[in-house]
Design a protein around this ligand. Sequence first.
Ligand SMILES: NC(=O)c1ccc[n+]([C@@H]2O[C@H](COP(=O)([O-])OP(=O)(O)OC[C@H]3O[C@@H](n4cnc5c(N)ncnc54)[C@H](OP(=O)(O)O)[C@@H]3O)[C@@H](O)[C@H]2O)c1
Length: 253
Amino acid sequence: MSYAIITGGATGLGRSFSNLLADQGYDLVLVSRSLEHLAAAQKEIQAKYKVKVQIYVGDLSNRVFLHKFIEFVTPYDVEILINNAGFGHNDAFSLSPLDKELNMIDLNIKALHELLKHFYQVFKINGKGRIINVSSLAGFVPGPYASTYYATKAYVNSLTRAVAYEAKKEDSNVIIQALCPGPLKTDFFKNAGTNPMHYKKHPDAAARLALDSKKVIIIPGFKEKLAHLLLKVFPTALSLRFAGMGQKRKRAK
Ligand SMILES: NC(=O)c1ccc[n+]([C@@H]2O[C@H](COP(=O)([O-])OP(=O)(O)OC[C@H]3O[C@@H](n4cnc5c(N)ncnc54)[C@H](OP(=O)(O)O)[C@@H]3O)[C@@H](O)[C@H]2O)c1
């Protein structure tokens, strides 16, 4: 069976993708920094779904590691990439640690970009493949008090739309999509310094909807679709104000 790669696939939204793809019969490659989480996911998924799960431990924001990872997966017959690993930070721009912001850009933008480029090229040669870039509703509006995170997701939305357009025009038979969820109940808040009470939705539904969708920009959930619609019709100054109020309220005390 073909392989699906899920970055950050041992926990959170990535784990939902891992379970669903294993249930569809795909063998998996999971990559992230925690050996403990990866080994637990490998054991549980292999036992439950009877598929092969390869794990690779390391930091995708590190380019040397990223290249080693690409080398590691090269022999596998990869058909799906879920470009999921990412994190946020919830604070005023003037107070956010620069190193954390630059690391976020390395992971949310650069690693995603390089994996997208690599696998788009491979899938074009193979004549088939699918890439889902995990973005966020945050990608549709500037986000005061989480400004870098919102900006990274705006990059992902823009890049995905453009590459998906090229893929279609070139009849590449490669599907390129972006999943843009609202708040989900995952460990995301721990990293972002966000109050966990704002994260209520289980990630399974978002992952399932993404896998079933043919849209380029996938927005899971009624509330999220409504929010997206309002962001389209509101003047930017107004949506920016709402986003800022929301992020300030969500900051962990
Ligand atoms: N939760 C939400 O409300 C929400 C909403 C919209 C979009 N999203 C997006 O959904 C994606 C998944 O987030 P999540 O909510 O599932 O949060 P999560 O539970 O924190 O999962 C993030 C995953 O990425 C991995 N990861 C983080 N940094 C990494 C690095 N440098 N190298 C390799 N792997 C790394 C983590 O594993 P290790 O820590 O072991 O490396 C973890 O498995 C992110 O792109 C996020 O922006 C989340």
